[in-house]
Design a protein around this ligand. Structure first.
Ligand code: ADP
Length: 220
């Protein structure tokens, strides 16, 4: 048996769930995609091997899916918070080893954490933040908030750093951020040495306090 091939289930086949299911399958894993809506199930049956129609808030229907030995289940039910929470709770009671649940907002996320979801994701919030940060400055290529006060950002090297070594930029002291990697054309310099000279074409991958990262984002 191929041990790297894992078994995942995705419940709720909206835009987010569909994307998760198709990506997992394209990465070579076995995916069971589930939705209560017949039309959604029919639509996805061309792209995902196993698609089943079931209302997962119904304990018997959920049990019939035989998810007990799956590696992880993603609860991607969107609008219907009650169905999302109920499904997560039932999965938790079934002893699923890893549950990822999508939350609509912070309160919903708190409920999911209390129930015991192993990971709570906020796709709309996260994508909104990424778009907003890329609009603040044309230097920002990507932005990920790792925790409320820790961010990872990908920025084109600010002009005032070009020609200086990492050490000379004094970024750690001035902004409280660390450059974890430098993308230079097709190469990734990771980790960069303190005497690495920043070039015009460089893209810096930086981690640090959200405040420090924001100050770096707006540098010209
Ligand atoms: P997105 O915002 O990612 O597009 P949606 O809210 O549009 O997500 O989609 C959520 C999906 O979850 C819908 O296809 C809906 O039919 C499905 N869904 C809602 N409730 C249940 C349930 N109780 N059991 C299974 N699927 C459900």
């Amino acid at each position: 048996m191929d041990r790297t091939r894992k078994q995942f289930a995705v419940i709720g086949l909206g835009r987010f769930g569909t994307s998760v299911a198709i990506t997992l399958q394209s990465l070579g894993h076995e995916v069971l995609a589930v939705d209560a809506d017949e039309e959604r199930v029919r639509k996805l049956s061309d792209s995902v091997t196993h698609v089943v129609q079931a209302n997962t808030t119904d304990e018997n229907s959920l049990n019939a899916l035989g998810l007990r030995n799956f590696d992880a289940v993603v609860v991607a039910i969107g609008e219907d918070v009650q169905a999302n929470v109920a499904t997560t709770l039932l999965l938790k009671e079934m002893g699923i080893p890893f549950i990822i649940a999508k939350a609509k907002n912070a309160l919903h996320g708190k409920m999911l954490e209390k129930i015991g979801a192993d990971r709570v994701v906020y796709p709309e919030r996260d994508m909104g933040q990424r778009v907003a940060h890329s609009l603040i400055s044309s230097n920002v290529l990507d932005y990920i908030e790792l925790s409320p006060n820790l961010s990872l950002v990908e920025v084109t090297a600010p002009g005032l750093f070009v020609g200086r070594t990492l050490q000379q930029t004094n970024m750690r002291a001035l902004y409280g951020v660390n450059v974890v990697a430098i993308k230079r054309y097709d190469t990734l310099i990771v980790p960069p040495e303190p005497d690495e000279i920043i070039q015009d074409c460089d893209i810096l991958i930086v981690i640090g306090s959200s405040e420090g990262v924001q100050r770096l984002e707006v540098l010209g």
